[in-house]
Design a protein around this ligand. Structure first.
Ligand code: NAD
Length: 423
């Protein structure tokens, strides 16, 4: 299938097919995982500032709840499709399982460009989404959190609307809230901190280290921006950065704090002075040791994978590399630390947030990050050791661990009648 029409769902189902073959997984389990448990499509009315009544399409997909309540982010994006939400919900089932969380996979989204709405319109839309889905959400059923286009303010409106409808305080119903509403300290940087903990563990396992490594990052939002800052704090040299507007290259290193300040002021990287300006797509051809795709899915494909010079790709985004691209990278000797292992920090800290909300704890940021480091390093180690033992890719190893746990739980629950595959 050409990259022009490959979707995130095609990629997710291909990953399932490949894992099922490697594990000799029973077809009943494959059939359960191929399709989500439930799919909800809602029309959300919003009275716009100019008086017009507009309807926005929203989705929530509950993929699998064998391990626990569904849990996953909410994406506000103009190109959002139901198939993309299904793929992202599936990846949440796999990611939550791999991280050892008692949570299943869910994901949601609204087809909207949030930058084109006023704050009042965005608030109405966010509250309307929760009103439309209220009955299927809750700490024991399905817990939405943030994703692309949904900053903590949106989670605050989600929480307030949910609690108004429930007529009680249930902060555990929504993840990624601001700390004032019960959000966990460390949540905003959790995905990036987790990515760095995984990378540090991978380098340790390879008897290597981060200081001095040249890093390029695609995407300079929550994940890419925080990853750049934390990687630089650990001694990496950030030589290339880009967002949707374009990027910059500097072999001697970019001042990440100045780049973040520029984006805070101007909204985009374009116009950051003092460095060579590049097109966003050029990020993949730059000389570097480590590449972090942290934008959207299917960004690394068969047409640009050959240009990549990095020896390690750490997937910050969900599904950033197509299977064809990964084959090209692997043939070149490049190690790919897959999304489900590398970017699980956000869901792990969202889970910590739920635990704190349910028990009335307030952990310090140091406590949160120490627990996160433990989960991320342990996961990376488990995946790396299995990959070495079986001579398979890190992605295959990660999927085998994750699907194995979900499959075992489904068997124990009696959802499928099969004997476990041979070890
Ligand atoms: P964000 O909206 O904060 O940032 C996205 C960035 O990608 C922006 O800088 C944007 O300009 C850039 N971008 C978009 N299209 C691009 C393109 N074609 N070329 C270059 N840059 C482009 O989103 P985020 O929260 O940082 O999420 C990024 C990715 O990480 C997504 O795939 C998301 O699903 C995944 N992710 C996010 C979290 C989280 O906690 N935020 C957790 C796990 C995974």
């Amino acid at each position: 299938m050409s990259r022009k029409n490959i979707t995130a769902l095609d990629v997710a189902l291909e990953e399932l097919r490949h894992t099922a073959n490697l594990m000799g997984l029973d077809q009943e389990i494959v059939r359960y995982l191929k399709n989500p448990h439930c799919t909800f499509t809602v029309d959300i009315p919003v009275r716009m500032d100019d008086g017009e009544l507009r309807f926005f399409t929203g989705y929530r997909v509950q993929h699998n709840s064998a391990l626990g309540p569904c849990k996953g982010g909410t994406r506000f994006h103009p190109d959002e499709t139901l198939d993309d939400v299904k793929a992202l919900a599936f990846w949440m089932t796999v990611k939550n399982s791999l991280a050892g969380l008692r949570a299943g996979g869910g994901k949601g989204g609204i087809v909207v460009d949030p930058l084109k709405l006023s704050q009042r319109e965005l608030e109405q839309l966010s509250r309307g989404y929760i009103r439309a889905l209220f009955r299927i959400l809750g700490p024991q059923m399905d817990i939405p959190g943030p994703d692309v286009g949904t900053p903590p303010q949106v989670m605050a409106w989600f929480t307030d609307e949910y609690e108004l409808l429930a007529q009680k305080r249930i902060p555990a119903a929504i993840a990624g809230k601001p700390p004032a509403l019960g959000g966990s300290l460390g949540r905003s940087k959790a995905t990036s901190a987790g990515l760095v903990y995984s990378l540090l563990e991978l380098l340790r396992l390879k008897n290597d280290a981060l200081p001095g490594k040249r890093v390029c990052i695609q995407g300079f939002g929550n994940v890419g921006g925080n990853a750049a800052r934390i990687l630089a704090e650990h001694g990496a040299v950030i030589v290339g950065l880009c967002d949707v507007s374009g990027g910059v290259y500097a072999p001697e290193g970019i001042d990440v704090k100045a780049a973040l300040a520029h984006v805070t002021k101007n909204g985009v990287i374009k116009g950051l002075s003092g460095y060579e300006a590049i097109n966003a797509e050029a990020i993949f051809g730059l000389p570097c040791d480590i590449l972090v795709p942290a934008a959207l899915q299917n960004q690394i494909h068969e047409d640009n994978a050959t240009e990549i010079q990095a020896s390690i790709v750490v997937e910050g985004a969900n599904g950033p590399s197509t299977p064809a691209a990964e084959s090209i990278l692997l043939k070149k000797g490049c190690l790919v630390l897959p999304d489900i292992a590398a970017n699980a920090g956000g869901t792990v800290v969202s889970y910590f947030e739920m635990v704190q909300n349910l028990y009335g704890f307030d952990w310090t940021e140091e406590e949160v990050l120490a627990r996160l480091e433990d989960v991320m390093s342990r996961t990376c180690r488990t995946v790396y050791i299995l990959a070495m033992e079986k001579n398979i890719t890190l992605r295959s190893a990660a999927w085998i661990v994750a699907i194995g746990r979900v499959a075992e739980t489904m068997r124990m629950r009696g959802w499928v009648r099969t004997t476990p595959p041979a070890a």
